[in-house]
Ligand binder design. Structure first.
Ligand code: ACO
Length: 323
């Protein structure tokens, strides 16, 4: 029996508080015009003081469960992609498991910064199609606002908080009827770690640290590496990039997204973009954007969807799935 990993539901959660570019311009030397022109971002959501990454993750997971028609007892794997865990340990996935009332299977976190959701999807797909687990919740969840230097205008304007989730389940190929993850492609080049990192951690400073970034160098790497990942995953799948219906990119910067669209000759109206309203929510941005595409009826069952991301590490990758 050959198994496919099929997305049977997705969900999203954004904290209530909205921080606009105008709000930021009152805190640091920036302007709405500068932020919109360089990034496409108009606003971002910021978690309330008492809201933790696991709280955001749980809300997104509940929405994904509702969409899939499954309950906590049906889940036997939880993977949370996050750079901003509640605690050093246990894993945020373990905390999410308890809050959701899931009692079966395994739960762990994945740390690949903005590429975390693509890594999580790829790992979950292997677990499910190998037959080790039946039904997974894969969640991208971040409270990035907690690791920003709010005096550094070059980084604090870019990021936001949020969470998105997929219920991904193993289905017999015949039942899946063409749906499911087709291929994924993951990369890392640790030599480029100093382009984007956090200046603290458990075994260094003992504190969480703050985001440091050489933005223009990250920008220069992004279009090339993301395009390479999309071409590679298409080659692995034996599918031409021109065949995709929807492009759901990591929402880092509208100019990076448009650069990739141009390089790979995609159509602008194939892009699901949430960057203006949500900013860069790191590992959460892909499932958040995917959920928007499903909710507004653009992504329909059977559509071919390309996901991609690049982030700290540097890590980057892409995945192709039939919705
Ligand atoms: N408001 C006003 N001016 C600013 C701001 C701001 N918020 N931030 C930086 N500047 C200034 C700089 O100080 C600099 O001034 P100077 O010329 O007087 O020294 C000037 O703008 C140009 O700075 P650059 O860093 O060269 O600006 P750039 O055009 O590259 O835009 C940006 C910066 C938006 C960060 C861009 O480099 C970028 O988007 N890079 C990609 C980084 C990214 O998306 N990271 C997210 C994580 S990785 C990922 O998800 C792919």
């Amino acid at each position: 029996m050959s198994l496919k990993a099929v997305v049977s539901g997705c969900g999203a959660y954004l904290p209530e508080r909205v921080l606009t570019n105008q709000d930021l311009a009152r805190q640091v030397d920036t302007s709405d015009e500068w932020i919109r022109e360089r990034t496409g971002i108009r606003q971002r959501h910021i978690a309330a003081d008492e809201e933790k990454t696991s709280d955001l993750a749980v809300e997104a997971a509940k929405a994904a469960l509702t969409a899939s028609g499954y309950g906590p007892d049906d889940i036997d794997l939880i993977i949370v992609a996050t750079t901003t865990p509640d605690l050093t340990f246990p894993a945020t996935a373990a905390i999410v498991q308890a809050k959701l009332g899931v009692e079966n299977g395994a739960a762990f976190d994945i740390q690949a910064v903005c590429t975390g959701f693509v890594y999580a999807l790829s790992v979950a797909e292997k677990f499910l199609t190998y037959g080790q687990h039946k039904r997974a919740l894969i969640i991208g969840a971040e409270t990035f606002s907690r690791i920003l230097d709010w005096e550094d205008r070059a980084t604090c304007v870019l990021f936001g908080d949020g969470a998105g989730a997929f219920v991904l389940e193993a289905q017999d190929e015949k039942v899946a009827d063409g749906r499911g993850v087709v291929a994924s492609y993951l990369r890392c080049d640790g030599r480029l770690a100093d382009l984007l990192y956090v200046d603290g951690g458990v075994s260094t400073t003992g504190e969480a640290g703050r985001v440091r970034m050489q933005g223009n160098r990250v920008f220069r790497e992004a279009v090339t590496r993301i395009s390479e990942a999309m071409e590679s995953v298409s080659e692995i799948a034996g599918i031409d990039v021109s065949s995709i219906d929807w492009f759901v990119p990591h929402q880092a910067n509208e100019r990076i997204i448009q650069g990739v669209v141009k390089k790979l000759a995609l159509r602008p109206n194939q892009v699901i973009s949430t960057i203006a309203e949500q900013g860069n929510t790191s590992a959460a941005s892909i499932p958040l954007a995917y959920a928007v595409g499903v909710a507004d009826g653009r992504i329909k069952p059977g559509d071919l969807v390309m996901l991609e991301a690049m982030g700290g590490g540097l890590t980057w990758g892409a995945a192709l799935l039939y919705a």
